[in-house]
Design a protein around this ligand. Structure first.
Ligand SMILES: C[S@@+](CC[C@H](N)C(=O)[O-])C[C@H]1O[C@@H](n2cnc3c(N)ncnc32)[C@H](O)[C@@H]1O
Length: 237
């Protein structure tokens, strides 16, 4: 969190007051209206699943109710998002567990724990990939899967970057003042290289089609990667 306060204070707040339901569907696209669903995560029954940057935890709540994971851990660094997630879905514990933490710090504390990690325009978009991706690899069991959806271009229309560099995007303080936050919007080949360097293999990146073309329509990249098994005779995880 920076000195301007919780820049996620406003996100999802209106919906949280009007819609307390567990979503019946799970989508990866920005509009939540098309493309593949949770099957991209692979088998979930009995698995330990973590969402990085879960916001109000609607996706995590869907998995907890409509699938049979051992546990879904919804991690978010924003006190406002954590409070909304806990207020909306705290009753789904212990299958759904909401955690207030920076994703990288959480992953470092959870070495070799998760079968599946995912992010829906979440922490992967807003965290230095050279920190977050290796931490995710270390928190996954060998063969575990990371899936994330991210923007294919900046909301301003600016192109995705050719290197692992962020841009400052506009944000709002809790009081409504102007602020900025860092967002990583990277080209496919840049994500692929960053994932390889972090210890992932079997990397696929697709651009799922959105159903509508409304004002919030934005192209999505959907990346899936498997944590490389530990090399034989290697002391490294
Ligand atoms: C655009 S919102 C998406 C929330 C949710 N995944 C959704 O689809 O509604 C991004 C979320 O990522 C969280 N986030 C960003 N960086 C994070 C980090 N390093 N650790 C944990 N959460 C983070 C923010 O607090 C925010 O709730």
């Amino acid at each position: 969190m920076n000195t301007t306060g919780d820049l996620w204070h406003h996100y999802g707040r209106v919906r949280a007051t009007t819609d307390r339901t567990v979503p019946k569907t799970f989508r990866w696209t920005w509009n939540q209206d098309g493309g593949p669903g949770p099957e991209v995560l692979g088998p979930l029954t009995g698995r330990c699943v973590g969402e990085l940057g879960a916001g109000t935890a609607r996706h995590a709540a869907h998995l907890a109710v409509h699938h049979r994971p051992a546990r879904v851990v919804a991690v978010d660094a924003s006190p406002a998002q954590y409070a909304m997630a806990t207020g909306l879905y705290g009753h789904l514990a212990p299958r759904l567990c909401t955690v207030l933490s920076d994703a990288v710090a959480h992953l470092h504390a959870m070495t070799h724990t998760y079968d599946v990690l995912y992010s829906v325009f979440g922490a992967v978009d807003f965290t230095e990939p050279r920190k977050l991706l290796p931490a995710a690899a270390a928190a996954l069991r060998p063969g575990g899967r990371l899936v994330f959806s991210t923007r294919a271009h900046y909301p301003s229309g600016e192109h995705a970057r050719d290197d692992v560099v962020p841009a400052d995007i506009p944000a709002r303080t809790p009081e409504g003042g102007a602020a900025t936050m860092r967002r990583w919007v990277l080209k496919e080949h840049v994500w692929t290289r960053a994932l390889e360097e972090a210890g992932f293999t079997e990397i696929t990146i697709i651009t799922p089609a959105a159903a509508g073309r409304g004002p919030r329509t934005a192209e999505t990249l959907l990346a899936s990667a498997v944590r490389r098994p530990r090399p034989p005779n290697s002391g490294r995880r």
